[in-house]
Design a protein around this ligand. Structure first.
Ligand code: PGA
Length: 260
């Protein structure tokens, strides 16, 4: 965790919870969690729950994120939700999650357009990058990270680059992956160092220092502390454990303890 960059703890609920369940869960979290100034807690429910939760949420406690968006602002795009429609409802959007890349076939071009649309609409993009197990085994991690960063960020203007948040999500460590493994803090620190070096190369040292890089891959209360203490890691993007109120609260308390 850095002294200068904010810490982000993000709950990616994926396609879980009905609107009623999401609302009850938010109520439970609000009862358990007291906000801390330098920790930003972000909840990413399904699209259908965003509007009702935006009316319920205390934005000093929690911000909302969409899990995806479509890059065009309006038009004949059945089933899609645009950044301009999400504007005012969410402050953040997760873009290029590995499930979007691998299950829904999103390309770097799609992701680049989504990042640009979110910035155009004043929504902070959380760009996910990460290698698969095979890519790691073939020694391609560095190249994959570089390609995904250049692929996702090449349309971002220099003055906007520090608005982006990066989440390093090794696909092989995400709990939904077959045979998911726990990443060691050394593996995470090595990847985060590479990401920051690539950002420095592509966008300059100043931007690379300003950009928050999160870790997201099977984080639980027992592993959260070691990832948060890993050099260069500015927070966590949490899937499974964010669906269990006690676990998510424990992770937030761990991050508060480390920050104070
Ligand atoms: P997980 O998911 O914590 O369940 O591994 C992380 C993510 O996919 O964002």
């Amino acid at each position: 965790m850095s002294d200068t960059r904010k810490t982000y703890i993000i709950a990616n609920w994926k396609m879980n919870f009905t609107v009623g369940e999401a609302s009850l869960f938010l109520k439970k979290l609000s009862d358990k969690i007291t906000p801390a100034r330098d920790i930003q807690i972000i909840l990413a429910p399904s699209t259908i729950a965003l509007q009702p939760l935006s009316l319920q949420v205390n934005r000093r406690e929690f911000k909302l994120a969409a899990q995806n968006l479509y890059h065009r602002d309006f038009g004949a795009f059945t089933g899609e939700t645009s950044a301009s429609q999400l504007r005012g409802v969410v402050d953040y959007v997760i873009i290029g999650h590995s499930e979007r890349r691998h299950i829904f076939g999103e390309t770097d071009k799609d992701i680049r357009e989504k990042v640009a649309a979110s910035i155009r609409n004043n929504i902070t993009p959380i760009l996910c990058v990460g290698e698969t197990d095979d890519e790691r085994n073939f020694g391609e991690t560095d190249l994959v990270l570089y390609d995904q960063l250049i692929g996702g960020l090449s349309e971002v203007a220099a003055e906007d680059i520090s608005k982006v948040i990066i989440a390093y999500e090794p696909v092989w460590a995400i709990s939904s992956s077959k045979d998911a493994k726990l990443a060691s803090p050394e593996e995470v620190s090595d990847a985060v160092r590479r990401i920051r070096a690539h950002l420095a190369h592509l966008h300059g040292e100043k931007a690379a220092k300003a950009i928050s890089i999160l870790y997201g891959g099977s984080v639980s209360p027992s592993s959260a502390g070691s990832y948060l203490m890993t050099e260069g890691v500015d927070g966590l993007l949490i899937g499974g454990a964010s669906l269990i109120a006690d676990q998510f609260t424990d992770i937030i308390n761990i991050s508060k303890g480390l920050k104070s």
